[in-house]
Design a protein around this ligand. Structure first.
Ligand code: PLP
Length: 415
């Protein structure tokens, strides 16, 4: 599309602002390019989305092919792109026993669907009282009214309380609190527990202690409560593993993914569940209502092309190596800063927790230096933080530049 001189936010004032580098007209590799030729280093993959790097022609070609063949097909029917992607996911990405995939367009829709799926599982088994979903503070699962209600992003919930159904909340790092919350809510009313294995926007890269998940798994199994792993940010290799929960030696009942599934090239999310969760629905003749854009063919074709690049170029393995280097670089650059509480994370999902300085101010200073970092923190556990999640192809020189600019930006913002 022809780039115009219009660079202001005049028509987008409803969207939160964090400075503007100008109109973005191209993107290549790890860089976003403006109409004035500025090159912004994308240290956050947009919103922890892009994984294979920007501007891959193979993905554009795959989407164009799908759109030449098909415009829109109602989600109840198979198409070659939908079927190929679902098969590919089951064969190459999902844990054993996860043989069904439900597509949606974004993370909020997918988490909303996971809440419905858990409820329908219990209903199908005659467990009609189970409906509460235990969430953690902090957490973020989306901005629909249901996902805000189960989430613990205090800033994003602000003002909506009268519209939000009440669901129990627990601190993010206390496994015993999960059992206590189930008991307090009434065990036969609890449907599910939802968590991000590594917390994203609400508390950049907070990770619960190692034995946390084993205990939570045990507690939830004992009480018949399903675990939903919200892998919207952590899925598809971002953490150096296929899934954020992997390696902590436990398996969720339901997995929700988005962002990395299509690397942001096309809008796509998914929900999958172990067969034992889905079988009661099938026996009861229930199905989950789709969204109009569930499994759109452009999205599925784009996702398949993105996943093939991820696999063929070993980008998940690269995330582990580059992530370790980036963690070292950030720790070296800002670890001793009086404005930094912690530097943490796994793979290329890294966080810096701040004190005495606002995350948006640091992000603004970094943007002035042509680096995009994602602002995070929601109170009360983490008020301000930075989230780093560049495309998994990021190179060493770019990592060093991000670390240097982060240090300069924190110092400038704190001044
Ligand atoms: N879940 C997590 C963990 C997220 O980080 C996000 C978005 O950042 C969402 C859900 C919501 O996804 P979306 O913005 O695509 O609706």
């Amino acid at each position: 599309m022809e780039a115009t001189a219009q660079t202001s936010h005049d028509r987008f004032t409803l969207t939160p602002q964090a400075g503007s580098p100008g109109m973005i007209v191209r993107a290549e590799g790890c860089e976003l390019i403006t109409n004035s030729g500025r090159r912004i280093l994308d240290a956050a993959g947009g919103a922890v989305v892009n994984n294979i790097g920007h501007g891959r022609q193979e993905v554009a070609d795959a989407v164009a092919e799908a759109m030449s063949a098909l415009g829109y097909v109602v989600p109840i029917w198979p198409t070659p792109y939908r079927s190929a992607l679902a098969n590919h996911l089951v064969e190459h990405w999902l844990p054993d026993g996860f043989d069904q995939v439900f597509f949606a367009a974004g993370g909020s829709e997918a988490n909303d669907t996971a809440i419905r799926l858990a409820r329908m599982h219990h209903l199908s088994r005659g467990d009609e009282q189970r409906h509460k979903v235990i969430g953690r503070i902090p957490s973020y699962h989306g901005s629909t009214l249901a996902t805000l209600a189960i989430g613990g992003h205090m800033a994003r919930r602000d003002g909506f309380d009268p519209l939000l159904a009440e669901h129990p909340k627990v601190p993010w790092d206390n496994a015993d609190a999960v059992a206590a919350a189930i008991e307090a809510a009434g065990p036969d009313t609890v449907s599910a527990f939802i968590a991000e294995p590594i917390i994203g926007a609400a508390g950049p890269a907070l990770m619960a202690p190692l034995d946390y998940w084993a205990t939570v798994r045990e507690v939830c199994s004992e009480y018949g409560v399903l675990i939903i792993s919200d892998e919207v940010m952590t899925g598809f290799g971002r953490t150096g593993r296929r899934w954020g929960f992997e390696g902590d030696d436990w398996l969720p009942d339901i997995i929700v993914a988005a962002k990395g599934l299509s690397g942001g090239y096309t809008p796509l999310s998914m929900v999958t569940a172990h067969n034992r969760i889905i079988e009661p629905l099938i026996e009861a003749g229930r199905a989950v209502m789709f969204f109009t854009y569930s499994g759109h063919d452009a999205s599925c074709a784009g996702s398949l092309a993105v996943l093939r690049i991820l696999e063929q170029e070993g980008l998940m393995q690269r995330a582990a190596v580059a992530g370790a280097r980036m963690l070292d670089a950030l720790t070296g650059a800002v670890g001793d800063s009086p404005n930094v509480v912690a530097v943490r994370g796994r793979g290329l999902m890294l966080g810096v927790e701040l004190t005495g300085v606002a995350s948006v101010d640091v992000v603004g200073q970094a943007l002035e230096r042509d680096v995009w970092i994602y602002p995070g923190g929601s109170g009360p556990a983490v008020n301000d933080g930075l989230l780093f999640a560049p495309p998994l192809i990021i190179n060493d020189a770019q990592i060093d530049r991000i670390a240097d600019v982060t240090a300069e930006a924190i110092t400038a913002a704190a001044r």
